[in-house]
Write a new protein. Structure first.
Ligand code: C5P
Length: 399
């Protein structure tokens, strides 16, 4: 069981009755061997004293960015931490985080933090259910922050329903699972293709598609966080993954992507093909810019190599191959056919019919189809969260 010994944790406490639970949380984290730096919003001090938290965490609890004694360096703290937990996260704090309104030490530090961020909301059920709050939570998740779900039951208002902050034990368990899962791909080599391809027509024009590369990059980051050595073969995309553990090889055309993927596949335990590869390219790319002359222009197109099919043919026992299918009609039938034809172990289906799913969105809604006809349908989620779902599913096959 992963322990939290030596982990550096920023605990942000905002103003809610549930703040009393944060004293227990601090104590639990310290008992687990974590180093805890407490940050509070000014209103949190009406619910629990800095003295209590400073005593439990064995460090002064900061509630101001600057005071007469000096400046509490939120940038330094943001870089110091292995994780930041905001618990309780009130509706106000969630709103401020979601728009980057850094008028307190928690949000200022949150914006500087490069570590994973967890937030445990606490509020009354109607505040929690309000579309604004739900939208803020979704935004925060879309930025890669981790929601620690609210509990249901009696609330401070006397009403009962969802909105209770998760119990301190649950939060600790959540962190443990997060760090345990992180290393679940240690020692594994993962190959990922992502982004569009550009097929040149002439020196200035190309045939491309609307893929942003977001899904594939999210997968690469998630796999690297779990300890895998990742090779990301990335078509023309504005994104560039920052996570250590990812070797990004940039390519432009389907031919180039094919060459790099074929070269690296033999050493891989797992390949996930999230790229939207052009199926056809101009037969001949003109060396000079094509001039506007006649009313019509015919381009002769020729098939590009099918990377998935090539890898599927050379797949060895023990290797896993995961494909994507983006369909506009007969989704399931088409996806099943691709699963078979390309020798995938499973295929991730997303449909352009679903609002918020597909190219360029930060969210996606997928179903994962397995060889044995098993199918798992997932909700609309951030691409970061979808990447976690896909890896959980694939890891079960790897084991
Ligand atoms: O384009 P299609 O819908 O057939 O794509 C299905 C899967 O095959 C995707 O995983 C995609 O990355 C992969 N593919 C590929 N090489 C191609 C076309 C598709 O690897 N030339």
């Amino acid at each position: 069981m992963t322990n939290l010994k030596g982990k550096k944790i920023l605990l942000g406490i905002s103003g809610s009755i549930a703040a009393y639970k944060s004293a227990f949380l601090t104590r639990l984290l310290v008992k687990e061997g974590a180093e805890v730096q407490v940050l509070m919003t000014p209103s949190a001090k009406s619910f629990i004293t800095p003295l209590t938290l400073a005593t439990l965490s064995q460090k002064p609890a900061f509630s101001e960015v600057s005071s007469e004694e000096g400046w509490n360096n939120h940038v330094e703290m943001g870089l110091w931490a292995d994780a930041m937990i905001i618990a309780p996260a009130t509706a106000t704090t969630l709103a401020k985080m979601s728009i980057g309104l850094a008028d307190n030490i928690i949000v200022a530090t949150y914006l500087s933090a490069r570590c994973p961020v967890f937030f445990a909301p606490a509020m009354d059920l109607d505040m929690w259910a309000h579309p604004t709050t739900q939208e803020n939570v979704r935004r925060l998740q879309n930025y890669g922050n981790h929601l620690i779900p609210v509990g249901e039951g009696e609330l401070a208002s006397g009403l009962a329903g969802p909105g209770r902050m998760a119990e301190p034990e649950e939060i600790v368990e959540y962190l443990r699972r997060f760090w345990q899962q992180e290393q679940s791909l240690a020692g594994r080599k993962v190959l990922i293709t992502a982004g569009p391809t550009y097929e040149p027509i002439d020196p200035v024009r190309f045939i491309g598609n609307r893929s942003s590369g977001k899904m594939g990059v999210a997968l690469a980051e998630a796999a690297a966080r779990r300890g895998a050595a990742v090779i990301l073969v990335l078509g023309p995309s504005r994104l560039s993954p920052q996570q250590p553990g990812i070797q990004t090889i940039r390519v432009e055309t389907a031919d180039q992507m094919h060459k790099v993927a074929v070269q690296h596949f033999p050493a891989a335990d797992l390949a996930i093909l999230a790229a939207a590869v052009a199926d056809y390219r101009p037969q001949e790319a003109s060396l000079q810019k094509i001039k506007k002359k006649s009313d019509t222009l015919n381009l002769e197109l020729t098939k590009t190599p099918d990377i998935a099919a090539s890898l599927g043919r050379s797949k060895k026992p023990g290797q896993l191959l995961v494909g994507f299918a983006l369909e506009t009609q007969n989704e399931l039938t088409n996806a099943r056919e691709k699963l078979e034809k390309k020798n995938f172990d499973c295929i991730v289906l997303n449909s352009l019919q679903d609002a918020g799913a597909g190219f360029n969105y930060d969210t996606n809604k997928v179903s994962i189809l397995h060889k044995n006809n098993k199918i798992r349908n997932f909700e609309l989620k951030s691409k970061a969260a979808v990447a976690e779902d896909i890896l959980n599913e694939v890891e079960a096959l790897l084991r």
